[in-house]
Design a protein around this ligand. Structure first.
Ligand SMILES: Cc1cc2nc3c(=O)[nH]c(=O)nc-3n(C[C@H](O)[C@H](O)[C@H](O)COP(=O)(O)OP(=O)(O)OC[C@H]3O[C@@H](n4cnc5c(N)ncnc54)[C@H](O)[C@@H]3O)c2cc1C
Length: 137
C-alpha cells in the first residue's frame, strides 16, 4: 500500500496458502525485515492441490536463503534426494531421455564418470555385436 508521498510498501497481502503462497511469504519475510507487514490468507473451503512436489536444484538456493538446514528439512518433510529426471516416451514412443542434475561422482581424467560409463556401455554393445557375428559365422 502506497502511503502519501512516502512510496514505501507497508503492507503485502498474499492470497493462497499453498506452496506458492507460503514460499512467497517465507522469501518476503526474510528480506523485508522492517516496516512492512505480510499477511497471508487461505481458504478453509478450498484445499491445496495436495500432491507430492518434486523440485529442481534451485530449491537448495531458496532454502539456503531462508537459512533452512537441509538435513532437518528432508527429515521433517520426509523427502528424498533426486539426482535427475527420466523422460520416458518423450517426443516419441520408446524414446527415453535422462536429465541429470549436475555431475555425478568425481571426474576421472578430464571427463565426468557418466561419460566413461556410457562409452563402456557402447564398447560393450559393440563387443556383443562382434561376438554374435563371430558366433554365427
Ligand atoms: C498430479 C500432479 C503432480 C504434480 N507434480 C509436481 C511436481 O512433481 N513438482 C512440482 O513442482 N509441482 C508439481 N505439481 C504442481 C504443484 O503441485 C502445484 O503447481 C502447486 O502445488 C501449486 O501451488 P499453489 O500454491 O499455486 O496452489 P495450491 O497449493 O493449490 O494452493 C492454493 C491456495 O489458495 C487458496 N485459495 C484458493 N482460492 C482462494 C480464495 N478465493 N481465497 C483465499 N484463498 C484461496 C487455497 O485454500 C490454497 O491454500 C503437480 C501437480 C499435480 C496436479
Amino acid at each position: 500500500m502506497v502511503n502519501g508521498s512516502d512510496k514505501a510498501i507497508r503492507e503485502i497481502l498474499i492470497v493462497g496458502g499453498g506452496s506458492a503462497g507460503w514460499m512467497t511469504a517465507a522469501a518476503l519475510s526474510n528480506v523485508l525485515t522492517q516496516g512492512c507487514s505480510i499477511t497471508l490468507v487461505e481458504s478453509e473451503e478450498i484445499s491445496t492441490v495436495g500432491v507430492g512436489e518434486a523440485t529442481i536444484p534451485p530449491i537448495r538456493t531458496f532454502n539456503q536463503m531462508l537459512g533452512i538446514d537441509e538435513r532437518e528439512f528432508v527429515r521433517e518433510t520426509q523427502g528424498s534426494f533426486k539426482l535427475g529426471i527420466e523422460f520416458v516416451d518423450w517426443g516419441s514412443l520408446g524414446n527415453r531421455y535422462f536429465h541429470p542434475f549436475g555431475p555425478h561422482g568425481k571426474p576421472y581424467d578430464i571427463l565426468s564418470v557418466h561419460q566413461h560409463v556410457r562409452r563402456q556401455h557402447q564398447w560393450h554393445r559393440i563387443e556383443v555385436v562382434i561376438a554374435r557375428i563371430w558366433a554365427s559365422s
